[in-house]
Design a binder for this molecule. Structure first.
Ligand code: FE2
Length: 348
């Protein structure tokens, strides 16, 4: 009996050694990876990737790049790109990547079930992971919020020398303007921009947070800003940023008509993704309630998974609002018009 067990074990060992030498390592033993080019550089994103690796054994390699580098790098590398996914903010950039032929379709029944089609690509080449609203920040000291209810009001001569803006080359402004072109037509959109430019308190400069700080400093009274920047200021470790936030209120524009402009940050599947299945797993992981809760509570963005209802104190404090439900991807076709309007109207 003992002999036969020994023989069996010895035979198994021989077979193992032989197969080990004769063939490459089985597929399952290869290191599983997914490679991201990301324009988001939040600690909370890295924590999520670590959790994904713990749960699946798939290592997440992140190359951080500026938003435009994400696309130019992918373009330059072509079929040799190691990237599986790009993560970037704004539908303007996601549609640009798609139009340049840099993406391919995901196959994810999970994403199709969770995501509102108005927020994603009809060809499934990118999906949103978070939503943000572009709101009007105002000086609590100098503006009565009921006097401004729409984006169009920013062009009212009442606000001469009171409107602060960042550059029109910023994609958040381009997408907002594209939405105005889509809703009002090119002529009215251009009049709006002309009126707003005439109201500028200074040359456009800085980022969204700088506009809020300049309202607090008295440089101007009104500015366009994405909601999560208000959350970041409100919860900043820098007391000066928290103090700036305290002086500024938030208006959700166009609540009586088309709704407030929203946008997304999203994930695109690259055309030559070497690890397509792992990329799809990561997308689905990011859409899970646990990941969505982390994104919402740590970055002050809105979830795309509607089962997530605990938005955390900051967003809960802002309350509910009417969103512009126009399909986001359609704004892509108005981006060139938006740029032309900005140039003609002298919005630098
Ligand atoms: Fe941003």
């Amino acid at each position: 009996m003992k002999t036969s067990i020994f023989s069996l074990s010895a035979l198994s060992l021989l077979i193992l050694l032989w197969t080990g030498c004769a063939s490459p390592a089985p597929e399952a033993e290869k290191e599983q990876v997914v490679n991201l080019y990301s324009h988001r550089h939040y600690e909370s994103d890295q924590k999520l990737y670590d959790t994904f690796t713990q749960q699946t054994g798939i290592k997440v390699n992140v190359v951080e790049a500026s938003a435009d580098e994400v696309i130019t790098r992918l373009e330059a590398e072509g079929a040799n790109s190691p990237a599986d996914l790009i993560i970037t903010a704004d539908v303007g950039r996601l549609t640009r990547a798609k139009d340049l032929g840099l993406l391919q379709a995901f196959a994810s029944a999970v994403a199709d079930e969770i995501i509102n089609p108005n927020l994603s690509d009809p060809d499934k080449m990118w999906y949103p992971i978070t939503v943000r609203a572009r709101v009007i920040a105002y000086s609590k000291e100098r503006v009565k919020p009921e006097t401004i209810t729409s984006y169009e009001d920013l062009a009212d001569p009442l606000w001469a020398k009171k409107v602060l803006a960042r550059s029109s080359s910023n994609v958040y402004n381009q997408s907002l303007l594209a939405s105005v072109v889509a809703h009002l037509g090119e002529g009215d959109a251009e009049k709006w921009v002309q009126g707003m430019v005439a109201n500028f308190a200074r040359e456009p400069k800085g980022n969204d947070r700088d506009q809020v700080k300049d309202i607090a400093a008295g440089v101007g009274d009104l500015a366009l800003v994405n909601t999560y920047y208000m959350g970041l200021l409100a919860n900043s470790e820098d007391p000066a940023e928290r103090a700036a936030f305290e002086k500024v209120g938030i208006i959700f524009p166009n609540q009586q008509d088309r709704g407030t402009h929203i946008n997304v940050s999203g994930v695109g599947l690259t055309k030559h993704a070497p690890n397509k299945e792992n990329a799809t797993k990561l997308l689905e992981f990011l859409l899970s309630p646990a990941s969505q809760t982390a994104l919402v509570q740590e970055n002050y963005e809105y979830p795309v998974n509607s089962t997530v209802t605990d938005l955390g104190p900051f967003l809960m404090g802002l309350g509910e609002f009417v969103r512009d439900e126009y399909p986001l991807y359609k704004f892509g076709s108005y981006m060139d018009t938006a740029t032309d309007i900005s140039n003609r109207a002298g919005w630098k």
